[in-house]
Every structure is written in C-alpha cells, then in structure tokens.
Design a protein around this ligand. Sequence first.
Ligand SMILES: [Zn+2]
Length: 299
Amino acid sequence: MTIFATMIRTLFILTILMATLGASAQPFLHDQPIKDGTDRRVYSTIQTHVGDSYANTWNVGSAKKLSGKIYVLEVWLTRPGTSWSKTDMGTVQYKINNALAWLQRMAARYSVAVEFEKGSFHGDGGGVEMSGLPKSYDDCANQPLLLPRALKVIGYEDVIQCYNRLKEISGTDNIIVLVLINNDGWSNANQFSSLHATNHFRDYFLESVNLFRTDDGEPTNGQTIAHEILHLFGAWDMYDGQASNAASKWANQYYPNEIMLQVSSTLDDLTISPLTAWLVGLTSEYHEWYWDFIREEYK
Ligand SMILES: [Zn+2]
C-alpha cells in the first residue's frame, strides 16, 4: 500500500467518523422517551420502515407531545395587493380556538393538562403580504419551503433561529406554527419525520400546518384543524389509502369517530382512539397488536 493509498483510506475513515458524529448531534431522533411496553426496536421500526406518513411519533421535531405548555405561532399570509377581511380572519380564528379547546378536552381524558399560548403575525390586521402563495394541495406539496420563506418575510433568519427565539419568549420547547393562507386550498401538515433527519434538517424542524381560508371550497372547520395539528404531534392518518388496511379496519370497527379516520362529523362528536393517544404522547400504554398496523411490506 502506498502512502497515498493510506492517506485516502485514513480520510475515508475520518469521513465515516464525522458522519457518525454528525448523526449523533441530533439526539432527539434517537433518544425517545418511549417506555412501558414499548421498546427502541418497535419505535425505530415504526420510524424508519412504515413510510413517511408513519415516520413521525411524539418528541420528534418541534411539536414534542400533546402535553404541558404548547406555543402556537400564527402567521397570516395574503397575496400582495390583497388582505384578509376581518370577518374571514375572525371566522378562522374562532375555528382554531375551537380546535385547541377540543385538543385540551381530549388530553384531559388522559389526565394530561395542556395549555396553549399564542403569538400572531398578521401585518396591520390584514395579513402579511407574500408572493407565490399556494392555491391548492399540490401547490403546497411543491412548496415544502413555504414556512422558511414566510419566516424570512416576518423577520426571522431561518427555521432554527425562529424556533430558538420562540423557545426563549415562551419558555417551552413544544412549539407549532399555523400558516394561515388567504386562498382556497386543502389544509395539510408538515410534520418533521425521520426522512428529514439527514436531509434539509434545519428547514423542516419547526413543525407547521398550512390552513387555507376555505378548505377545498368549504369553510375551514375545527375538526380539520385539530386533525392536522395532531399529525404534528405524531398521529397517523387512519382513513383508507393512507393507513395500513389493518389500522383502517380497526378504527372503522371500534373508533368510527376517530378524528384521524374522518373529519365529516362535528368536533363534538369526534374523539381520539388509544392508538392516536399513544402516538401523540398522551399515554404510554402500548399494545403489541399495534405492530399489526404496520404494513406487511415494511415488517
Ligand atoms: Zn391527515
């Protein structure tokens, strides 16, 4: 072996070492406080092998768990030259408050106290003007960096600086952002997943929901808002085509009013199943048969 080859080899080993060190600099992904009937193997398999919608559980990202003090930052966006009407803003605000109150009631069923503190950027009351606002679900999918762009407009350097600042202001590390878009569209959640751990980690860490003034032509409702917020804390979709067939069947049979299964009932009629409660950190009661909900191809 020549000296040159040895140097290359040393460099190679150093690179691997540095990559390993880099990964361990994000301990929240691998240091989950899951206990009592769960173990690291279950967690990591769910996290890494069940696809993107399933890859997020509580304590991952800025939405830690549905417990204690949670800071909610609202950013009201509108296209340049337009503004939110007072009525529309008031209506959406009312629905948000309903959704947050409902989440508190769900947590109370598990004897968990939740307190929301809110902050808001709404320009002069008509919203913060921003170009290129999404007008549909597809637009949102094509604009994964909508949040960092909006944060820049309201004066933050980037996602991490904003997160740290909000943490400082609020005294909690449990933080979510609601991006309110003065367009019709289809609300969606941007939960931090294991896929983001090594890929643009900084841009996705702060977990947010995109909420439109009207949701697919209908007035935005509290149940959709609560459903999307639950995603940030780790909840899975349970409706057909999203969940594994087993999870979908289970929810349909035992928890037809589960909010991750359907949002067509009113908020008062909806509930969360023990699975959702476990996923968002309301209970540590894990059942072995949750394992059956992982799609066959990922086991
Ligand atoms: Zn969903």
